[in-house]
Design a protein around this ligand. Sequence first.
Ligand code: UDP
Length: 375
Amino acid sequence: MGDRIVMVGAGLSGAVIGRRLAEAGHAVTVMDARPHVAGNCHTERDAETGVMMHVYGPHIFHTDDEGVWDYVNRFANFLPYKNRVKSTTQGQVFSLPINLHTINQFYGRTMRPEEARDFIATQADKSITDPQSFEEQALAFVGRDLYEAFFKGYTEKQWGCSPAELPASILKRLPVRFNYDDNYFFHRFQGMPEDGYTAMVEHILDHPGITVHLDTRFERKQAEGWDHVFWSGPLDGFYGFDLGRLGYRTLDFERFRAMGDWQGCAVMNYGDPQVPQTRITEHKHFSPWEEHEGSVLYRETSRACGPDDIPYYPIRLVEEKALLNDYVERALNEQNVTFVGRLGTYRYLDMDVTIREAMTAADTFLDARRSGRAM
Ligand code: UDP
C-alpha cells in the first residue's frame, strides 16, 4: 500500500510531484484554494472574444532542459512560439532584449556587430569592477543612457525600489546581443501549449491515483491526517505568518478589449517612469495559430502585495533574507513536510526550473521511502 500524500497547491509543482508519486503507487490528494488548477500559469478563454488568456500575466515556456521539454510535451501539444518583446521609451518603440537594432536605433547609427561592441564598451562604466546591484551591473554592462531608457524606470515600477537596492541577478535574466536576434530567450526549446497551460496541468493531474479538490484550503493542523505534505503555498503562510510576512510584489491587470490588432505584438514594455504601466499584453498574439476578430489586453501595474493579494514576485531584499532564513530553518526541521515551488521556497522561478525541481523533489521522496529514511 502506498502512502497518503497531500499536495497543497495545484500549480506546476503540485501537478508534477503528484503525478510522479501517483505513478509510483501512492494515493495523492491535491488541494487548491482557487477554483482552477495551474496556479499563476492558468489560462482560460475570454468569454467575449474567445481569445486564450494568460489570466495571471504572460507565461512563455522556454528551457534548455531536454528532460523537462520531453515531459511537458507528454501532456500538451506545444506549438512554436518565439517571445519577441518591444519597449516603448523616450518617445520611440525599440526591440528587446537590447540587440544591434536597439543600439543602432537608439544612437542613430549603422554599426556592425564589432563596432557596436566597441562602442558599448566606451559607454560602460569601467569604474565598476565587481557589480553588486542591478544598477551597477547595468551601468557596467551597457552604460547610463541605455540603462535609463530601458531598465531604470521599468525596474522602479516593477519592484517599487531603486535598482541600486536590487540584486544583479535580476538583470542577468536579460541578455544584450550584438546581432539582430530579437528572441527574448536563448534556450533551445521554446513554445506555447496549443490548448493553454491549464489543459496541460489537467492532463498531468489526470491519473487514477490523484484526487483534486478545488476551492479547498489546507490548514497546517490537518497535516496529522497525512503521511506526507508537499506545500507549494507561501512558506510564511504555512506558519500563519507568525514571524512576519515575506515581501512580494503583486500585479494588477486592467483588462480592456479592442477589435483587430491593438498593439501589433504580445508584450509591449514601458520604460518611462512617468507611464504607470510596466507592460501591456495582447493575449491573442500568444496563440498566433488562432484567428479572432476581437482582442483582449492587460495593462499591467505592480505594487506591494497586501495580505489579501496574490503574491507574484518574491522581493528578497536584505530585510526579507533575514526573515527567510528564520522560516527556512523551521522548514528544515519539519518532519513529513516538503516545501516546493516559487512560493514554498520564496524564489523567482521560471516554469521549466519549477518542473525540474518538482521532479527532483518527487524522486528524493521516493528514494527516501525505498530506503526507509525519514523525510
Ligand atoms: N527589465 C527592465 N526592462 C524591461 C524588461 C525587464 O528593466 O523592459 C528588468 C526588470 O527589473 C525585470 C527584470 O528585468 O523585473 C526581469 O525581466 P523579465 O522580462 O525576465 O521579467 P518577467 O517577465 O519575469 O516579469
